[in-house]
Design a protein around this ligand. Structure first.
Ligand code: RB5
Length: 143
């Protein structure tokens, strides 16, 4: 799968780890930055990842900032993007099964690295349930 990943400085360390995980899982990973732990503005990197998913170039996106909140706000401004802030496993499951989330957001300052890896694995391998959820998903892009 083609996955684009990005973070701000607060998510840089976890982004580096998640990128390695994705590559070990066999995914093709595009790193949209940021490049270090030097302070940056999260909208810049949120936009880079969300636009990559919105355009269809990437099947999935992953964004990490300190809380996950800022990146979620950025990503959900892009039509076609369904960004889900998941700092726990059940949110990761439901964001895929019910919301067909195509962009995972995590808070690098809120969760440990082992949990983050499990969230990523779970999120990437859980399928959309479809059915009654399909019409609801379709309504999102009409808002
Ligand atoms: C950076 O200090 C922090 O504000 C950012 O990473 C994010 O949590 C914003 O929502």
């Amino acid at each position: 799968m083609k996955v684009i990943i990005g973070s701000d400085h607060a998510g840089f360390s976890l982004k580096t780890q998640v990128k390695a995980l994705l590559e070990s899982m066999g995914h093709t990973v595009e790193d949209a930055g940021c490049p270090s732990e030097d302070s940056v503005d999260y909208p810049v990197y949120g936009k880079a990842v969300a636009s990559g998913v919105a355009s269809g170039e990437f099947a999935k996106g992953i964004l990490i900032c300190g809380s996950g909140l800022g990146m979620s706000m950025v990503a959900n401004r892009f039509t076609g993007v369904r960004a889900a802030l998941c700092n726990d496993l059940y949110s990761a499951v439901l964001s895929r099964r019910h919301n067909d989330a195509n962009l995972l957001v995590m808070g690098g300052r809120l969760i440990g690295s082992d949990l983050a890896e499990e969230i990523v694995r779970t999120w990437l391998t859980t399928e959309f349930d479809g059915g009654r959820h399909e019409g609801r998903i379709a309504q999102l892009d009409e808002l």
